[in-house]
Design a protein around this ligand. Structure first.
Ligand code: URA
Length: 285
């Protein structure tokens, strides 16, 4: 008997549990879809309309008057009117008067599918009074487990990078502190890039986050935060060049995960950190 028949039976949950245990034995550690898909139950796609040769309009009446001239109605019902997730996010973000309010709002936002697959909402780490806000992409596996941004290998490199210019997420002194957050508050399955729609619905929260934390400078690490703040990608070209977004000076930098894969790029990252330090010390950067 196959897994499909087993799961359909009265002891279905036992079979499902056994199938899950078997997958774990095989070394499966990740769910790669946003939602579970039972492919045994998936409905076949609606048939394509039959191709017919084009015909001239019949004389004496508008085309489409005779039976058979009409397009067959689609075999599926139209989707119900979609909720405008960006508008909902905008409203929730605007109502947040403090960072704690914003954290609550993000926790209560249910329109991002990523939330359903995540163990934790990853909101922030560090000192909210810091002069520098670091904006990353999205939580990875360790961040999802721990509920804090940048706690994996890339995060450890990030800590060493900023320590080299005297900044730390654990410093209680605002002068020497860092505040760290991400564009996405939930881990994308398999660490895939967030989609443009997902970034768009997080943008109001990111903007309000920066407004409420009110740092002197924002460092965007990677393409996703560059996209979220500046509406463009191409971090390798953008890095090191200060821009302005949301009324704040913004320094694009390569993501520490990229630096782990490309150690030669650390030289440019060091020059970007020195530029940040110069700006904080009162120079132009
Ligand atoms: N990469 C990110 O961009 N953010 C994290 O929190 C972890 C890894």
């Amino acid at each position: 008997m196959g897994i499909a028949e087993d799961i359909a039976g009265p002891d279905g949950w036992e079979a499902a549990l056994a199938a899950l245990a078997w997958q774990l034995d095989c070394g499966v550690t990740e769910a790669l879809s946003d939602l579970p898909v039972n492919r045994y139950e998936a409905a076949p796609p609606p048939p394509l309309p039959e191709a017919r040769p084009a015909r001239a309009a019949p004389q004496g009446g508008p085309s489409g008057d005779r039976p058979g001239d009409r397009q067959a109605a689609p075999a599926y019902a139209p989707a119900p009117a979609a909720v405008d997730a960006v508008a909902v996010a905008r409203g929730m973000a605007a109502r947040a008067a403090t960072l704690d309010d914003l954290r609550e709002a993000v926790h209560g936002f249910d329109l991002c599918e990523l939330k359903k697959g995540a163990r934790n909402t990853v909101f922030c780490d560090g000192n909210p009074r810091a002069r520098v806000l670091v904006l990353g992409e999205a939580p990875g596996r360790e961040e999802d487990l721990e509920g804090r941004p940048f706690v994996g290998e890339a995060g450890r490199l990030l800590d060493r990078m900023f320590a080299a210019i005297g900044l730390s997420r654990t410093s209680p002194d605002a002068e020497r502190a860092l505040y760290i957050t991400n564009v996405m508050f939930w881990r994308p399955p398999g660490n895939r890039d967030p989609s443009p729609e997902e970034i768009a619905m997080m943008r109001p929260f990111v903007a309000r986050h920066i407004e409420l934390a009110d740092p002197e400078a924002v460092v965007v690490m990677g393409n996703t935060p560059l996209d979220a703040l500046c509406g463009r990608r191409g971090i390798l070209r953008a890095r090191g060049n200060w821009v302005e977004a949301l009324g704040k000076p913004v320094l694009p930098m390569t993501h520490p995960a990229y630096l782990l894969r490309n150690p030669l790029a650390k030289r440019d990252a060091w020059s970007d950190l020195l530029s940040l330090k110069a700006r904080l010390d009162g120079g132009a950067g």
